[in-house]
Design a binder for this molecule. Structure first.
Ligand SMILES: *[C@@H]1O[C@H](CO)[C@@H](O)[C@H](O)[C@H]1NC(C)=O
Ligand SMILES: *[C@@H]1O[C@H](CO)[C@@H](O)[C@H](O)[C@H]1NC(C)=O
Length: 416
């Protein structure tokens, strides 16, 4: 408990002083800065640098959010002519589609999957820098824009993205890969949107979030707790947005992490404090690149919801407090997601050194889901949460399993 209080005080302190210090830091480091050429540019441009042609698509959700979807229809190293089942890959909390290319063409899952001749689609959920748009609302001015938790991602964003891809590619089904929060939003979609689970041949959930009571990361608990405390008191649009790209946290992280030595020592230790230690897994160049895209923004309510699932025994919808819950859910407690509606075949891949999503919570989720084919633990015992997008060893550690299941569940146009 003492440790938790310490963290909260520390973060409040950081919040108020970092802006002042930011200017000084910038001056101090400007001379030594070696900007990673690839971080300020977007998915299309980065992948083009490595010889991958990509497309940009826009999806509009039922409630008016405008989402950006990137597609690599054919990887540089794919030489087959037949088009296989489309694969949708969805990012983690505060990340974007860029997390699938930040570790470069030898390790980024978007490259590996498209090189394997799958039609690769990388989505972006509402609120990150690629999906900070709405047909009516202005995210800079309308507080309503930011009033979403992971629930709306599962109820609106994923169904809209899936329908768009199926329609565009004239496919009956697709394969889904969801990392961290995108494992949770998949279960939410299956629970709340009947029929959508049937549009997926196989869902590969990488370190999926659901109930998170056993998470070891004190830093993650403390950060989300700050948002849980603040959330009910925030009013305007700018306050309701959490950790945007271009905000002072991202800017300062980006600036200081461009220096090789600092990237290796300080920036790596930030990842270690949030998650755990896996020496050498994430390269210095990936650290420099990823800080151009992380943190990538979400709503304060999403952050607060994470704090709730860290403390509740169930996988449940956003808790507004008894009065509002009564109005919204018709009960004092928020509604609990019906995990047994996740009828699609599920493969879970997880790592034992993940301090954000613990093994115990993954086992809990496995027992809630009715159609889990297998739970696979990565053989390196130090494999952790951030290794999924950022490790230089994804090709050996997780890709063989992903590839095997994508192959097994690809229809080649024929219904399975
Ligand atoms: C990516 O960058 C290119 C080149 O600047 C630009 O044309 C395109 O609109 C950008 N796409 C997105 C989604 O930001
Ligand atoms: C799933 O669980 C809910 C709530 O516990 C229950 O009402 C329902 O019958 C279950 N459905 C199936 C298909 O098992």
């Amino acid at each position: 408990m003492a440790q938790k209080t310490y963290w909260i005080l520390y973060l409040f302190f950081l919040n108020t002083t970092i802006e002042l210090v930011n200017g000084e830091f910038r001056k101090l480091f400007e001379k030594g800065i070696r900007y990673e050429r690839l971080s300020p540019i977007n998915f299309t441009e980065i992948s083009r640098e490595y010889g991958y042609k990509s497309e940009e698509h826009t999806v509009i959700t039922e409630d008016g959010y405008v989402l950006t979807l990137f597609r690599i229809p054919r990887g540089k190293n794919c030489h087959f002519t037949a088009q296989r089942t489309p694969v949708l890959i969805m990012h983690g909390l505060l990340l974007s589609s860029d997390s699938w290319i930040d570790s470069g063409p030898e390790a980024g899952l978007a490259y590996l999957i498209s090189d394997d001749c799958y039609d690769l689609w990388a989505g972006n959920v509402r609120g990150n820098y690629y999906s900070r748009n709405h047909i009516r609302m202005n995210p800079d001015e309308d507080p309503e824009f930011w009033k979403f938790s992971l629930n709306e991602v599962g109820v609106y964003d994923l169904p809209a993205i899936i329908d768009y891809i199926l329609d565009y590619t004239r496919s009956v089904k697709l394969n889904y890969i969801g990392y961290s929060q995108s494992g949770g939003s998949f279960v939410i979609m299956c629970s709340e949107k009947l029929g959508y689970c049937d549009k997926v041949r196989v869902a590969i959930l990488l370190h999926p979030v659901a109930k998170m009571t056993n998470a070891k990361s004190q830093a993650f608990r403390a950060i989300t707790e700050v948002y849980q405390i603040l959330e009910p008191n925030l009013q305007n649009a700018l306050e309701l947005e959490a950790l945007p790209r271009g905000g002072y946290v991202q800017k300062i992280v980006h600036d200081i992490c461009q220096n090789d030595l600092i990237a290796d020592k300080i920036c790596r230790s930030i990842l270690t404090v949030l998650d755990s230690y896996n020496p050498g897994s994430v390269s210095v160049s990936t650290i420099r690149t990823l800080t151009g895209h992380f943190p990538g923004g979400t709503s304060v309510r999403v952050m607060a919801w994470f704090n709730q699932v860290l403390n509740k025994k169930e996988f449940q919808n956003f808790d507004y407090g008894p009065l509002m819950n009564m109005k919204i859910y018709g009960s004092k407690q928020p509604s609990i997601y019906n995990c047994n509606a996740t009828t699609a075949p599920i493969v879970i891949i997880h790592g034992k050194n993940d301090n954000i999503v613990s093994k115990k919570d993954v086992e809990w989720l496995k027992n809630q889901l009715p159609n889990v084919l297998e739970v696979v633990y990565v053989k390196n015992p130090l494999w952790n949460h951030f290794d999924v997008p950022y490790s230089q060893h994804t090709r050996e550690m997780i890709y063989p399993k992903i590839s095997e299941d994508l192959f097994k569940y690809s229809g080649n146009g024929v219904e399975l």
